[in-house]
Ligand binder design. Sequence first.
Ligand code: AMP
Ligand code: MG
Length: 401
Amino acid sequence: MLSLEQARERILDAIRPLPAETADLNEALGRFTLEPLRSSVDLPPANNSSMDGYAVRAEDLAAAGASAPVALRVIGTAPAGVVIDRTVEPGTCVRVFTGSTLPRGADAVVMQEDVRQNSQDPSSVLFVEGAPPWENVRLRGEDVKAGALLLEAGEKLTAPRLSFLAAAGISSVRVGRRPVAGLLATGNELREPGVPLEPGAIYESNRIGLAALARQAGALPKVYPLVRDELAATQAALEQALSECDVVISSGGVSVGEMDWVKAAFEAIGGRLDFWTVSMRPGKPFAFGCWKEKLLFGLPGNPVSALVSFVLLTRPGLLRLQGAREVLPRSIHATLSEPLANPAGRRHFMRVMLDERGGARSAGLQSSHILSAMARADGLVDVPPKATLAAGTLVGVLPWD
Ligand code: AMP
Ligand code: MG
């Protein structure tokens, strides 16, 4: 049986990112850059003022003080967006605003609150303190130099990164195509939510949660009708979904019972199974394989197992398909406020809740059919086999999304 890490390695090794496409920045949120992005401009592009005030030569104000005000003649006004064609010569200054390009000759800006009007001569203003050179000036290129790397290949386009690229004049980026992820649920007992439940039946709940997680991972979910536990029906459903999608995420029917048809059906249509068990709880039965250039993630049916194995094994695959460099979410660090015990012989990804003080505790019963604890949980803690993590232990909590 593979360890979780080995299974993830096998999945990532089998995946080649989907072809690149060009996306406008306003459609690129959450997607992954496929090539390094460099700046063609300096940021800021020119020295400019960080204040409303007066652009001066710092040298002119060396002797300024409350009892020795210095008068400088105002030779013009430079609103933001205008490059004034005047040079600040000794004894002069230019009225500027936040973002105004610094006029030639000036090397500092004095904020307007520190400047007095000159009642003797309205064409000049009075300075009652000095300004060190470059005070209130944003220097050309101090943020980014032309040619510098803005983002590496494989980085996620977050809101701040989109603003960063826009500031460098970039309007579109090469990103990995979003995978279409087909969602199948197998089980004779399953019924669509919204219809009355007859004896023996349960409501199907995996496709909705898995589709949501797939969407959060950047994929385009496509939900297929329920699949009966029969070889022919499973074959037909898998073949259709695999033909129409980049990946298929099925739930149920991957265990060893006579009613578990996913593996057999997948092989019958020409799929190559890579592995079908992983040493972890929940989510031990987990089939992964390739059909032509398409991928099958065969998740277990228990709702907790399905979602946990999505987070641990399926999402990394979906992210890698889009060209992501990092495919594992960053854990949230928390301190256990009560012990977490795993008496079983396999590592257990237990559902925990976080509190505002950096604490984490069990979200409730930890069996893989307990949906209430799953719904309460903020994430998962990896508890080693036959171990109890004591209260006070610092743990990493893997978030759902
Ligand atoms: P299986 O993996 O098919 O053996 O299913 C394991 C358990 O999960 C059984 O109790 C199923 O009834 C339940 N189950 C399977 N698929 C789903 C589903 N899509 N929604 C809710 N429960 C399910
Ligand atoms: Mg089943």
